[in-house]
Write a new protein. Structure first.
Lengths: 899, 1070
């Protein structure tokens, strides 16, 4: 068997196999991992691999038990996981370099500490270094192998010290060690000049013959398009010996562009932990902590394959988005509905009650949780149970299909369970679990659906993985790969001590030379064309040039544009055909489309008009209508709503909701409660209520607002109680549903915060508001636009005119009402009283309704100067505020002539 | 923190490089020659101000070595520590994390994540202090203020940041608090009466006025003014009635009541009583309480922020510096550090903050050589914490104190001689007055030749100055005319003089708002600008993309659908979305308007496999959003905007990683909504650059227009600032520094509240003024020296020239004289040729019609077979048959219920190895098998049994294929059409022109199931067979499934059924 070995050849390599034929057997292209693996197999040394998360957990447990004053002690205290991870990586690097932990020589202190750690029980599970030395030892012991030769892709002098020893051991066993033949220099003038520049410092003038192209773009999007266009233009024959280097490890964007041009994908997908399925594990863990995190649950429920039934997830998500918490009416109602739906299946005989119960139980488990203190941690069994639950989800979701992504979810969860076991601890604090989950997911996985498709172009993620000639090399996103050679953690004395035991490291300069050689080799492999496709340096995100470019200043330097070597990808947008590297790329002139312009009048269909007839409005919907008929049409009639994540109420409203709930709880019908009792009860209940229905307030970042609520609401409600006592107001009802007719044909309904009884038994209305300022409400009253108060005041009074009504501004402790109102702590002189406001509402409603019935809804924010209908008493407040529909009416966009 | 440094410092060279004198070239030379002197590259450390500058420095230094023929050293230079101060410090602290006792993770927080991380980390502290601070914030009327100014948490954060950037501990915060209070007391009036007396007097005056008003005491004809005043008074009364105190802005407002003339007597007593606010004891108490609480809160926040990050292995920029300084000063680490750092190069030294100066000083104690390069005249980051006085002193004193050299680069390579002369005359006196040597203040010479003709170097533009818009329009007209002349203005091009082009022009403005205004004015007359302006989310292409993302995240998002339909409808189908929204099934109708609705659907499902940012990419490409956007014109700008959105998505993922939280599409849309991102700067090289003075630093243009010269911000001493006490000692730059907090207690009331006068007049107020004025002069210098060939001063007529006036020399009148007409300007007594013109807003108004881009022909993404053939097991077993079965009549005995996968791997491994040693003594083989089983923790089978199975297999091969050769674990790669076969064959038997394949499967089932199980593997074997055929040209003689556990070999028919033509593709299973 023959091996072709390179330090960067563990992943995808180019070409697929040696020689120009149709394939090879008995020849392996391998990197360090592959080499060790093959030798292990032949030497009978293969064994299971332990996931890194479990190795680290075991190392952390060892560190815990080892104790003592060590050089890592303080760091271990601050962050045990990361410290264990680092020390393990140091240990692995030492082993790889030939460290002998069993040596009895006196070492510098840090090495001695590490040696103590290594020697403590249990033994560290094997890493690559351990395996490599085990193989070397077996080779030295003369165990048989079936390898005849190894061809080195890299210069032998560039091999890391440990690998050198491995190669030597092979050589001693009679394996022929050969060097890769040097490809012949390109015959294309510019490419040849470039290749000689890389070998020796010569400066040759380039002719712009297209064999070297510096393709520059302002954006990655355009760069991907340009390269895809070019690959299409060179034709099947051109693509036959083309390799794309994508050092970032992803060709996702390029592949999308290729796909749209009818070409196969190259299929390099970068590893990431942020693939939806992999998020289930961290989300499920996040739900376990106190205080409960509603957003994590919402995220979980909105995933395409949520862990509870889709319909249930949808119902629960909606409930959460309206009333974020698990103690409110919405949440309870959602569950009732879920149970109803499921029990229909039972009734229809499709399912057994026991199945339904089990299913409900399982769903509830997913949405429960939130009880563990993050610092103290969750018990081992619970942590494992979460992982187990995720496995169960993945198994069910996969249904035996063997989907690689779901399989990786399963293996990550298993690795986590293994690590939980290896940790030998009872409690897992939040930080630890999060670190473990992150590690278990590892660096993540590539997108399993994003694979290379049958075609001729190949992509590799490391320049060092090109081991033989290619006609064309495209270096996609040619930029500073950003990993400068790291300095060794060991100082001179330590390195000297290690060296005496045969443990030697690569120096930063050697590492630099090695990677530089990889880069240069990639360019040397090109036979006909070399395309450097890169972002322009002055891109918004300050990217550095690729180190290889530093060596090519004479080629890619300032004169490149003049020499027809540098091509700006954006040229493709302006000119067709556009030439890149001697290939003319044809594009067609794009269609011109005009952006939508703003429009004042919008047509309402007959059926919609019919729907608006006989509607019952709420105070809010009336506010919408009178502000802007289009807004009303969209939000209240057609229910054009945002998605759920965007519907979670804002902090101000959440606090308001908590206050409403407190009022309902503490102001039962009858005499106003004792202010002191109110103050006390509010202080006692507010946190629980917040958790039940407004849990974002308890999330990190909400403390100031929550503190403000805790500070002001007890005082404020106590003040209200006192004020009510002073004014002899009695509570008639809180959260009372009302229904009525505001004017002929104008039906209204709603729920009022508090209905009170005045000394003369007359009803009155108090509406609660939580806001930083009272200016807006005050102006509403002053200008006779307090629609809510007017509607409620009218509704509680039936036909007897409008009852007094006021806003209780919770934060300011002011009851705002019109002058002369018995409710008010502060009276306001009004231009129009509530009675007249009702009239104004009705009149304005009538006008807008008539327009709508006529088939037109107006967007009042458009063209501010435009005439409003005659007689409109409540005029819109401009510019529009808090409206979600700006993107539809396009207020602010240029006006246009619209049919 | 600032321990006295006993160490001897290494030699420090200081190089002062004026604008455009080849600073980077010098630095490159220094680094290259250090490398040539065989200093190991990894021991060279260099810092710059930006990532880009660092990249340029490395590139140029390496390029220079290559040019000099030194490829080897150029390669090694990759290992050098060159980067921004932060990255260099970050690398050091990562290397020394264990020595610092920190989490070794040292994950760097992204700039965008700083605020949210701080808020989360300090949440509990903020919550605890809120009870104390919030009432005071109320008393100061913070709720009247917009944005950060009204958020006391911001004050806490600023103090925490400043403390960290100045290496302060909790104790130093306490000291800062005391000093803040002492200095604040000095600007407050002494109290004359007790709080109760003053409160009562005001309350009485209010009561009296209100009851008088209620009882007809007002003038019969009430005026609006009186109503307003009365309203103010009434609401104060309501506050008092609740038993609360009036806020200080309320007091101030009461002093400014302006009732109708006749009602004044009624209000005057209120005004008099309220006027006592300035000496009110409670004002002082409130201020004290606030300052104390905020500092105390900051101290607690400092701790909790630090421990939050340390527990998570996070660091921010401030930590990187503070920790680097800490480690550089640790005596026990000096030796190890010295092994790592030999030579230090500092770029843009003048912009260093005190802690950075301390770091550089500490570094010079470790390294043998340092070179600090900078220009004190261009220090413009005082507002961001740099300390110009300190850096100037350091640059001056360090060489002398350490045996280094001072050098000045004063030959301009950039500007033409006449401009250089102008800069010298304009600035030298001001810089000398600031303490610079004359030599460092001026250019000695200009390298370029003065062009003949082509317009005067200086341009004085008088603008119509009615309002800002008009001024901006006048500037635009000036630019237009400069570009459009009968005798063109000429500039120096690469090949000699050439006419001025739009890309040569830069307009430099004071604020971001001005930049936007000027750009708008230029656009209005059809001139293209390169400017970062406006909200990214307002760009329609971004709006469209976001709506698509929201729809992916939540299929119930009807608003998103409507928005997409609206944007796609354009002007051709403007109503379609609304018609659809009114349909019986609005969601379906809306979706029908979206040609890529299917793509959205598909992407929604793919959320499980893709990351949010990959999904965004896929959306842009697969839904063709990029091309759709380009149809609206300005194709490359729109592509850039979308690219900016993509970058944000990646920032979001980075932030999630830092906070270890999940990243989802739904969360991404929320993040993007709140990110407050700006549109990226257009990178069109034909556009006029419009940018701020600060952003212009380091850049140059042939024609530079300076705006905003008429105006100077009045320095205000209120808020938070770092002060320093005692003489500046560059060796101990952090000594004597303290944070001053002077809260503004009057909300929106800015004038006539006493401290608005006493503050600025105090010594601190004066010092603030001096600091800010000096910085303004330097900023002006930066602005002017951007010009290569032409400099235009855009002055609003009749508005003065406050900023330019800063250059005046005391008692010598205007230093820069701005004549209304003529052909020269007098600067410092010297005449400089200038073109003086007057501009009104342009009469031209051009609305450019969009030009569509050239587009690639796109197709629906075709579906190709995978490159690597992966027949899934059992997929098409029906097409295969079992030809024969060799039953050994022997089952491998299993104890218990083993994990079959593990057992399979173990047995497989045993075979692979045993094949090579099958000729050896049985004990040797047995030992191998035992070791292997142990390694796999498989105790359920006996080693001897495994060996038995192996022997049977070997024997089978020998008898079935006499005279053949065979090998285990044989790699195969071959091409079948466009696809690849890739894998390892368990056993490959070969004859001269034939081969056979055997594959182990450790299946433990019953006899009845053998066949179907074996057939499941047949397709895979067939693929291998085809692969081997292709690679070797030999014929396949059969494929066997070897089942060692049940002791059988089943020959499955393969290959024949597969198509043999090279071009066809093997499809994947279902
Ligand atoms: S933005 Fe203004 S005009 Fe447009 S729908 Fe909303 S309220 Fe009406």
């Amino acid at each position: 068997m023959q091996l072709i070995f390179g330090q960067s050849a563990d992943g995808r390599c180019y070409p697929d196999f040696a020689g120009g034929g149709k394939g090879t057997i008995r020849t392996h292209v391998v990197g360090p991992n592959g080499l060790v693996d093959i030798l292990e197999t032949q030497l009978g040394l293969r064994g299971p691999t332990v996931p890194s998360v479990a190795r680290i957990a075991a190392c952390q447990a060892k560190l815990d038990r080892l104790g003592g004053e060590r050089f890592w002690s303080s760091s271990f205290k601050a962050d045990p996981w990361a410290t264990a991870k680092l020390l393990l990586s140091w240990r692995d690097a030492l082993v790889l370099a030939g460290w002998n932990a069993e040596s009895t020589k006196v070492s510098p202190r840090r090495l001695q500490d590490l040696r103590d750690l290594e020697r403590s029980e249990p033994a560290t599970a094997m890493g690559l270094g351990d395996r490599q030395w085990q193989v070397i030892a077996a080779l030295r012991a003369g165990e048989p192998i079936a390898i005849t030769s190894v061809i080195l892709i890299d210069d032998r002098s560039h091999l890391a010290p440990g690998l050198c020893q491995l190669v030597e051991a092979l050589e001693k066993r009679g394996v022929v060690i050969g060097a890769r033949p040097v490809p012949t220099q390109s015959t294309a003038a510019d490419l040849s000049a470039l290749q000689s520049t890389l070998r020796q410092p010569v400066v040759k003038a380039l002719s712009g013959d297209g064999s070297v192209v510096d393709l520059v773009s302002q954006t990655e999007l355009m760069l991907a398009e340009a390269v895809a266009d070019w690959l299409l233009a060179i034709g099947e024959e051109g693509r036959a010996s083309t390799v794309v280097i994508a050092e970032g490890g992803s060709t996702a964007l390029l592949d999308a562009a290729l796909s749209r041009r009818g070409l196969p994908k190259l299929g390099l997908s970068s590893v990431s932990t942020f693939r939806g399925a992999l998020q289930i594990l961290p989300l499920a863990m996040a739900l376990q902590w106190h205080p409960f995190d509603p957003v994590a649950l919402l995220d979980l429920l909105m995933l395409p394959r949520p862990p509870v039934g889709r319909f249930a997830a949808s119902l629960l998500a909606t409930a959460l988005s309206r009333e974020p918490g698990r103690g409110g009416r919405q949440w309870a109602a959602a569950w009732t509905r879920i149970e109803d739906i499921l029990s229909k299946d039972v009734a229809a005989g499709q399912r057994k009650q026991a199945d339904i119960d089990a299913r409900l139980e399982e769903w509830r488990t997913w949405t429960a949780g939130g009880q563990f203190d993050p610092d103290q941690g969750m018990p081992k069994a619970e942590a494992a149970a979460v992982a187990q639950r995720v496995i169960a989800w993945a198994v069910a979701a996969d249904a035996g299909a063997g989907d690689p992504l779901l399989m990786s979810v399963i293996s990550a969860s298993r690795a986590l369970m293994e690590a939980i076991e290896a940790s030998r601890r009872d409690l897992f604090p939040r930080l630890l679990i999060e670190a473990m989950v992150a590690q278990a997911i590892g660096d993540g996985v590539p997108d399993p659906k994003h694979v290379a498709e049958a075609g001729s172009v190949r992509a590799i993620d490391s320049a060092g993985a090109i081991w033989d000639a290619a006609e064309r090399v495209v270096w996609f996103d040619f930029k500073d790969p950003g990993h400068a050679p790291a300095a060794s953690p060991w100082d001179e004395e330590e390195r000297a001590a290690l060296a005496t035991e045969g443990c030697v490291f690569e120096t930063p300069a050697e590492a630099a030379a090695r990677v530089s050689a990889h880069w240069a080799r990639a360019a040397a492999m090109a036979g006909r064309q070399m395309i450097f496709a890169r972002l322009s340096e002055d891109g918004g995100n300050e990217i550095g040039t690729h180190p290889l470019a530093h060596r090519l200043v004479s080629v890619l330097g300032e004169r490149a544009t003049a020499q027809n070597i540098r091509k700006q990808a954006e040229g493709l947008l302006a000119n067709s055909p556009f030439e890149i590297g001697g290939i003319a790329i044809e594009r067609h002139e794009g269609r011109l489309a005009l952006l939508p312009v703003q429009a004042l009048a919008w047509s309402v269909s007959k059926s919609t008009v019919a729907r608006t007839k006989g509607r019952s409005e709420t105070a809010t919907s009336l506010e919408h209508l009178l502000a802007c008929p289009l807004r009303w049409l969209l939000s209240d009639v057609l229910e054009v709503r945002q998605g759920r994540a965007h519907s979670i109420p804002r902090i101000e409203n959440l606090i308001g909701n908590v206050a409403h709930a407190l009022v309902q709880r503490l102001f039962p019908p009858g005499e106003p409660p004792d202010p002191e009792v109110v103050r006390k009860r509010v202080a006692e209940d507010i946190d629980q209520l917040a958790e039940d229905i407004a849990s974002p307030l308890l999330q990190p970042g909400g403390a100031r607002d929550m503190a403000s609520a805790r500070r002001r609401i007890p005082e404020s409600l106590a003040f209200l109680a006192r004020h009510m006592q002073a004014r002899s107001l009695r509570v008639s009802a809180t959260e009372a549903d009302i229904e009525g007719e505001l004017a002929a044909g104008l039906k209204v309904h709603g729920r009022i915060d508090m209905q009170v009884e005045l000394p003369g038994k007359q009803p009155a209305v108090i509406d609660f508001k939580w806001s930083g300022r009272d200016k807006y409400r005050r102006e509403e009253l002053e200008e006779g636009r307090a629609i809510q108060l007017a509607v409620y005041g009218r509704a509680v009074n039936g036909k007897r005119g409008v009852a007094p009504a006021g806003y209780y501004m919770l934060a300011q402790r002011k009851l705002l009402a019109e002058q002369g109102s018995v409710l008010a702590t502060e009276t306001i002189e009004v231009a129009r009283d509530l009675g007249d406001t009702v009239g104004a509402i009705a009149a304005s409603w009538q006008l807008w309704q008539a327009a709508i019935a006529g088939g037109s809804a107006r967007a009042t924010g458009i063209s501010e100067g435009e005439q409003l209908p005659d007689g409109l008493e409540i005029t819109p407040q401009l510019p529009c505020k808090f409206c979600d529909f700006k993107g539809l009416c396009r207020v602010g966009a240029p006006a246009g002539s619209q049919s | 923190m600032s321990k006295v440094m006993v160490k001897v410092l290494g030699k420090i060279d200081s190089i002062i490089a004026s604008a455009g004198t080849g600073k980077t070239t010098r630095l490159v030379e220094l680094i290259a020659s250090e490398t040539k002197a065989d200093t190991p590259a990894e021991k060279i450390l260099g810092t710059t101000f930006t990532v880009k500058a660092a990249a340029e420095l490395v590139a140029r230094a390496r390029g220079k070595l290559v040019k000099d023929g030194d490829i080897d050293r150029s390669t090694k230079l990759l290992a050098a520590r060159l980067g921004t101060v932060n990255s260099v410090c970050g690398r050091l602290i990562a290397e020394f994390a264990l020595d610092l006792g920190r989490s070794p993770a040292t994950e760097v927080l992204a700039e965008e994540a700083l605020v949210s991380t701080f808020n989360i980390a300090t949440d509990a502290v903020i919550g605890a202090f809120a009870l104390k601070i919030a009432p005071l914030a109320d008393a100061f009327g913070f709720d009247e203020l917009q944005g950060d100014a009204g958020d006391w948490r911001k004050a806490v954060k600023t103090i925490v940041d400043l403390a960290r950037y100045n290496g302060m501990t909790g104790a130093m915060l306490a000291l800062s608090c005391q000093r803040s209070l002492a200095t604040l007391d000095a600007i407050l009036l002494k109290s004359t009466a007790t709080a109760e007396v003053l409160d009562r007097a005001l309350a009485a005056a209010i009561d009296k006025a209100v009851s008088a008003a209620d009882n007809g005491g007002l003038a019969t004809k009430r005026t609006k003014a009186t109503d307003k005043a009365l309203g103010t008074v009434r609401s104060c009364k309501a506050v008092l009635a609740r038993g609360e105190c009036l806020s200080w802005p309320a007091w101030a407002r009461l002093t400014k009541l302006e009732p109708g003339k006749q009602d004044q007597p009624l209000f005057d007593p209120i005004k008099t009583a309220a006027a006592e606010h300035a000496s009110h004891p409670r004002l002082r108490d409130n201020l004290h309480a606030y300052v104390e609480a905020v500092f105390e809160c900051a101290g607690a926040a400092l701790d909790s922020y630090a421990s939050y990050k340390n527990a998570r292995g996070l660091v921010d920029f401030a930590d990187q510096e503070a920790l680097a300084l800490e480690l550089l000063q640790r005596p026990e680490l000096q030796k190890r550090l010295a092994e790592r750092i030999e030579a230090v190069f500092v770029d843009e030294f003048q912009d260093s903050s005190p802690i950075q100066v301390a770091i550089f000083a500490a570094l010079s104690g470790i390294a043998g050589r340092s070179a600090w390069v900078g220009d004190p005249k261009q220090a413009i980051y005082g507002f961001r914490g740099s300390a110009p006085d300190l850096t100037m002193a350091a640059a001056k004193q360090a060489p002398g104190g350490t045996g280094g050299k001072s050098d000045v680069l004063d030959e301009s390579w950039r500007s033409r001689p006449s401009l250089v002369a102008f800069f010298n005359d304009a600035f030298t006196p001001a810089f000398v007055a600031m303490g610079l040597d004359a030599k460092q203040s001026a250019f000695a010479s200009a390298r370029r030749e003065e062009p003949m003709g082509g317009g005067a170097p200086l341009h004085l533009w008088w603008l119509q100055s009615k309002n800002k818009t008009v001024r901006f329009q006048s500037i635009a007209e000036g630019v237009r005319q400069a570009l459009d002349r009968d005798t063109p203005i000429v500039v120096q091009g690469a090949n000699g003089l050439r006419p001025l082009k739009p890309g040569d022009v830069a307009v430099v403005a004071r604020t971001g708002e001005d930049v936007t205004g000027i750009a708008a004015a230029l656009n209005q007359i059809g001139l293209k600008t390169a400017v970062e302006q406006g909200d990214l989310l307002s760009a329609p292409e971004v709006e469209l993309t976001l709506a698509c993302l929201r729809w992916i995240a939540d299929r119930s998002d009807r608003l998103a659908m409507a928005q997409i339909a609206r944007l796609l409808g354009g002007t051709d189908h403007p109503d379609d979305w609304l018609t659809a929204a009114q349909a019986d099934d609005p969601d379906a109708a809306l979706a029908a308007l979206v040609p890529f609705a299917k793509v959205i659907e598909r992407l929604r499902e793919r959320q499980l496999g893709m990351t949010p940012s990959e999904l965004l990419d896929a959306l842009l490409m697969e839904a063709n959003l990029v091309q759709i956007a380009r149809r609206w014109g300005e194709g490359s700008d729109r592509t850039e905007n979308l690219d900016a959105l993509r970058r944000l998505a990646r920032v979001y993922e980075g932030e999630c990683a830092g906070l270890r939280k999940a990243a989802t599409v739904s969360d991404l849309t929320l993040y993007l909504n709140n990110a407050g991102a700006m549109l990226p700067e257009s990178r069109d090289s034909d556009a006029i650059s419009v940018l701020t003075y600060h952003k212009a630093k380091g850049l140059e243009w042939p024609f530079v227009v300076l705006a905003g010269l008429d105006y100077l911000r009045t320095p205000k001493p209120f808020g938070i600032a770092v002060e320093s006490e005692g003489d500046i000692d560059w060796r101990e730059p952090l000594r004597g520094r303290w944070i001053r907090l002077w809260p503004w207690p009057y909300g929106k009331q800015e004038k006539d509240v006493v401290i608005d006068a006493t503050g600025p007049n105090s010594p601190i107020g004066q010092a603030v003024r001096k600091r800010e004025h000096e910085e303004a002069i330097r900023l002006l210098y930066v602005g002017m020296t951007r010009a290569r060939d032409h400099l235009a001063l855009a002055m609003p007529a009749g508005k003065g020239s406050e900023w330019l006036d800063l250059l005046d020399v005391e008692g010598a009148g205007s230093h820069v004289v701005l004549p209304e007409t003529g052909n020269s300007m007098r600067v410092g007594g010297q005449d400089h040729p200038a073109e003086i013109m007057r501009f009104d807003p342009s009469a031209v108004s051009i609305r450019t019609t969009p030009v569509p881009s050239c587009e690639a022909k796109v197709v629906e993404a075709p579906s190709f077979a995978p490159l690597v053939i992966t027949p899934s097991a059992g997929s098409s077993a029906g097409d295969y048959q079992v030809l024969s079965t060799r039953d050994f009549d022997w089952r491998m005995p299993l104890k218990g219920s083993p994990d079959m996968q593990r057992l399979g791997e173990a047995v497989h491994s045993c075979f692979a190895c045993d094949a090579l040693i099958r000729a050896k003594h049985r004990d040797v083989r047995l030992a191998k098998v035992r070791a292997s089983l142990q390694r796999w923790s498989v105790a359920e089978v006996d080693a001897g049994d495994v060996l038995m199975a192996a022997d049977r297999l070997w024997e089978f091969i020998a008898t079935t294929f006499p005279g053949s050769t065979w090998q285990t674990e044989v790699p195969i790669v071959s091409r079948l059409g466009n696809q690849l076969v890739r894998g390892r064959i368990d056993v490959l038997v070969e004859g001269t022109d034939w081969f056979a394949i055997l594959d182990h499967k450790s299946f433990p089932g019953s006899r009845a199931t053998w066949q179907s199980k074996a057939l499941g593997y047949a397709p895979q074997l067939a693929v291998y067979a085809r692969g081997v055929e292709a690679a070797t040209g030999k014929q396949c003689r059969g494929t066997w499934v070897h089942m060692p556990v049940i002791g059988a070999l089943l020959r499955v028919e393969a290959a024949q059924l597969l198509p043999r033509t090279g071009g066809s593709q093997l499809k994947e299973g279902p």
